[in-house]
Design a protein around this ligand. Structure first.
Ligand code: AMP
Ligand code: MG
Length: 310
């Protein structure tokens, strides 16, 4: 097995990005799966503890962007990651085909509306990156109702502008107290085929499959070019991309949990410390509450009862 660390799948914009330098499969032996599941579990606990502090402190927000081809495991990754987090501090937003209302605005509008508050984590299932991926592959920009001065630029210039707008937007977020974690679940075309077959053969998975998915699959090379370009142009030190091998789901989950725990650690959150006056207030409140029972602390009895009642 070609073991990877988180840093092996990070691209922060230094140098030129080539998708072929990254593998979709590290071929972890089946017997090792429990080890990875255990590591993921440990990260989940790390995340949970850090999230509690992030929320309490309320200073920094985290946006986690998941991008991938169909059937790469975005949904199941979200389900897994969420299982370890307190729902109070997390929002999930899925970005589908834009509505008429959304298309009548600038492309970052709908994403800006879904940003989490600082102290919270916002998971983006797809994102404004679709606007340089599916849009680029299908030349959808040509159909947009925009002035000639915008549409008359060459295709390359149009998307170079968008990459810059995205870099600027992410820099703006950084400067406003957010971190953006960008994950590309890198699945192979062969594995996608097998997962589509699973979706067709398993009735419980039928709803996830649409015949247009097969048509999109035909455009695989164009999508890979679009991903390569987009990652090359939008990875920065503050908002790097993680290219996660996604052919083995348990492995991808572990790496995503590594990336999430890492970004939360970078936030380095702490429970807020009470100022001295508030500490005095607490002490006064304590005295008052204990006075109600004549100074007797009856919590030990309560704990005893709870133990007895299981
Ligand atoms: P799914 O994630 O499978 O529910 O599919 C959502 C679909 O919406 C995908 O096919 C995306 O490519 C598409 N989509 C998301 N954002 C955009 C966008 N800005 N323009 C066009 N299509 C989009
Ligand atoms: Mg789909």
């Amino acid at each position: 097995m070609e073991f990877q660390e988180l840093k092996d799948c990070r691209f922060d914009g230094s140098g030129h990005f080539k998708l072929d330098d990254y593998t979709t499969d590290v071929h972890v032996k089946k017997e090792l799966r429990p080890n990875f599941d255990a590591l993921t579990e440990t990260n989940t606990r790390r995340m949970s503890e850090l999230q509690g502090k992030l929320y309490a402190e309320g200073r920094e927000g985290v946006v986690v962007i998941l991008q991938a081809m169909d059937a790469a495991g975005k949904d199941s990754t979200i389900k897994h990651v969420m299982s370890g987090l307190n729902p109070q501090g997390v929002t999930v937003a899925s970005f589908k085909q834009p509505t008429t209302e959304e298309l009548a605005h600038d492309f970052l509008w709908r994403a800006a509306a879904k940003l989490p508050r600082r102290g919270c984590i916002g998971l983006f299932n797809r994102s404004y990156y679709e606007d340089v991926l599916v849009v680029r592959v299908h030349d959808l920009q040509k159909t947009y109702r925009m002035p000639k001065r915008v549409l008359d630029t060459s295709k390359d210039d149009f998307f170079e502008q968008r990459y810059r707008q995205i870099r600027d937007f992410e820099r703006y977020l950084w400067e406003n107290g957010y971190r953006v974690l960008k994950i590309f679940l890198d699945v192979s075309r062969d594995e996608q085929r097998r997962r589509f077959l699973d979706r067709i053969d398993d009735e419980a998975k039928n709803w996830k499959f649409s015949s247009s998915d097969v048509a999109e699959r035909e455009l695989w090379p164009k999508y890979m070019d679009a991903y390569e370009q987009c990652i090359d142009r939008t990875a920065t030190k503050e908002a790097p991309w993680y290219i996660v091998p996604a052919d083995q789901k348990f492995y991808a989950r572990w790496l995503v949990s590594e990336a999430m725990a890492h970004v939360l650690e970078e936030c380095n959150p702490h429970y807020p410390e009470l100022p001295d006056e508030q500490r005095d207030d607490l002490a006064a409140a304590r005295t008052k509450l204990l006075a109600e029972t004549g100074g007797r602390d009856d919590r030990a009895e309560r704990d005893e009862t709870e133990r007895e009642n299981g």
